[in-house]
Design a protein around this ligand. Structure first.
Ligand SMILES: Cc1cc2nc3c(=O)[nH]c(=O)nc-3n(C[C@H](O)[C@H](O)[C@H](O)COP(=O)(O)O)c2cc1C
Length: 505
């Protein structure tokens, strides 16, 4: 046995070296830190704060004469188009069901909203990476609504939204600034194209700002890039000035990448009967965002890809692009706030999946600080111990949206009010055993607070994946941990628990 030990040690070193090699090979170390994503207030169901902000700021605005409006917005001639993706589109997701939609004429900003514009209107700049000509990020759906109204007031236009205590009412006849509907967004982005992206081939880092180390279809071509049309290129790991690349055929910049863009619609299955100016499902708990951002893989930049986040969700990867009517629309649509009851965090479960042990280490640190119950997700058929084999098995499972069988059973699941859900970032999303867990158990009314170990991609689109799979669960602030988290892990975990109001020992 003693003789075997050095051999085992060498094998383990090789395994860990290869884990560290992949997903770090092009990473500048200084950019990656353990970061809890910014505090949102998932427990606040009232819009009182937004109403106050809107009233205060409106009082300081001297409206311009709308007859002199010169905002540079692009006129989009409405038409019918195929919204969603064809079954043949690689890496499509089932919620992109293709259907015919007609949109009326509208105006849209050629650029994503810059930090300068946002700051001028709101007096605030919440962006993680600051710069006047960078797109604003770290703004919630509700922040975007307030911003749109303030901009309307300044331009002398009729504000599109009425913000009430518990809802946002969109007056479709108003001529003011507003968020695009998903259909408007996709129509303007596609600019007549039917392909996955609005350019001839998938973008590389030369055509769009995204996680360009991982262009479209890299997943199944990871070990041999020869078949890839868009080759991997070093990612920028940050937003860049809006309009840095060529525009699409309608004259819009950064429709793929830089930041995702909030849309009006609640996230839900497409109503394929609602074909004229659709505005999304009537009730929901998440709003849609589109286009992919600097931290997204190529597959998540596709014209048909749909991200989803609750109205208070904020991310360094998510911003705004506004539109306004060019044709009269009528009716009012009310988006009611998510009706989540406050969660008391009286009984907490830490449940996690870990392949290499990093997430397990984070989960144990959380357990140490909270004393909560701890459970590791085991699979009936675990992924291979060989790193490269596991990479391919995991991408294949994600590609086919497989739900691998779990070898665990949580008998008293209904007793928990809070679930701290841990996993490694795999191919910019959750590992599929985590998807199985989310579908197998009823998370309604329980708060899910995600934590992920990653090799540079932080949360990727994993929070959106959870938001879609557990639509009736409020989501807390996520914690992303670089690999094992290093020496700051205990403080980072404490800060994250505090930000979420989770009691510590
Ligand atoms: C199948 C697979 C896919 C991965 N995909 C990503 C990714 O998309 N982004 C990223 O930052 N890291 C990625 N990684 C790296 C892991 O997130 C990272 O090594 C993490 O610390 C692993 O946690 P674990 O030890 O708990 O399994 C991937 C690793 C594997 C095995």
């Amino acid at each position: 046995m003693k003789k075997l030990l050095p051999i085992v040690a060498i094998v383990l070193m090789i395994v860990f070296a290869s884990v560290a090699y992949h997903f770090t090979k092009r990473q500048p170390e200084n950019i990656i830190e353990n970061t809890a994503t910014v505090a949102l207030s998932p427990q606040a169901n009232s819009n009182a704060e937004q109403i106050k902000k809107l009233n205060e700021k409106t009082a300081n605005i001297t409206p311009q004469n709308s007859a002199e409006l010169n905002d540079g917005f692009v006129f989009i001639q409405g038409q019918s188009f195929q919204m969603g993706s064809p079954i043949s589109e690689n890496w499509r997701i089932d919620d992109e069901k293709q259907h015919a939609v007609t949109v009326s004429d509208f105006y849209i900003s050629p650029y994503e909203t810059t930090q300068q514009e946002y700051q001028q209107m709101t007096g605030e700049n919440p962006s993680e990476r600051q710069g006047v000509d960078l797109p604003v990020e770290n703004v919630s759906w509700l922040d975007s609504i307030v911003f749109a109204n303030l901009k309307s007031v300044q331009a002398g236009l009729q504000p599109a939204y009425e913000i009430t205590e518990n809802s946002v009412i969109w007056d479709r006849s108003a001529n003011g600034y507003r968020l695009p509907t998903e259909a408007e967004w996709e129509y303007a982005t596609r600019a007549g194209t039917k392909t996955p992206f609005n350019m001839a081939i998938a973008p590389s880092g030369k055509e769009a700002n995204f996680y360009s180390d991982y262009p479209y279809e890299i997943e199944e071509n990871y070990f041999d890039n020869s078949k890839l049309k868009a080759k991997p290129q070093r990612s920028r790991y940050q937003t860049i000035a809006v309009g840095s690349f060529a525009a699409n055929a309608f004259g819009l910049y950064d429709t793929h990448g830089n930041v995702n863009e909030w849309c009006w619609d609640f996230y839900g299955a497409y109503d394929t009967q609602a074909t004229v100016n659709p505005t999304g499902v009537a009730h929901g708990t998440r709003h849609v965002y589109r286009g992919g951002g600097w931290n997204d893989f190529g597959k998540n930049l596709r014209s048909a890809y749909r991200g989803a986040g609750q109205s208070a969700f904020k991310s360094h990867n998510l911003g705004i692009r506004l539109v306004r009517n060019a044709q009269n629309l009528d009716g009012k649509i009310e988006a009611k706030n998510e009706a989540f009851s406050p969660v008391k965090h009286e009984k907490i479960l830490i449940v996690f999946y870990s392949w290499g042990g990093n997430t397990r280490g984070v989960a144990r640190e959380i357990q140490k600080q909270t004393g909560a119950d701890l459970l590791e997700i085991q699979m009936v058929k675990p992924y291979s111990d060989d790193y490269n084999t596991c990479l391919m098995q995991a991408q294949d499972d994600q590609h086919t949206q497989k739900r691998p069988k779990l070898a665990i059973k949580i008998n008293n699941f209904e007793e928990y009010d809070t679930v701290l859900l841990g996993y490694p970032n795999w191919w910019a999303s959750i590992p599929m055993p985590v998807a199985t867990l989310l579908e197998e158990y009823d998370f309604s009314g329980k708060m899910i607070i995600p934590f992920a170990s990653h090799g540079g991609g932080r949360m990727g689109q994993s929070v959106s994946a959870i938001a879609k799979l557990a639509p009736n669960a409020p989501l807390g602030n996520a914690l992303s941990v670089h690999y094992s988290g290093g020496s700051t892990l205990p403080q980072d975990v404490t800060a994250w628990l505090n930000a979420n109001g989770i009691p510590t020992k």
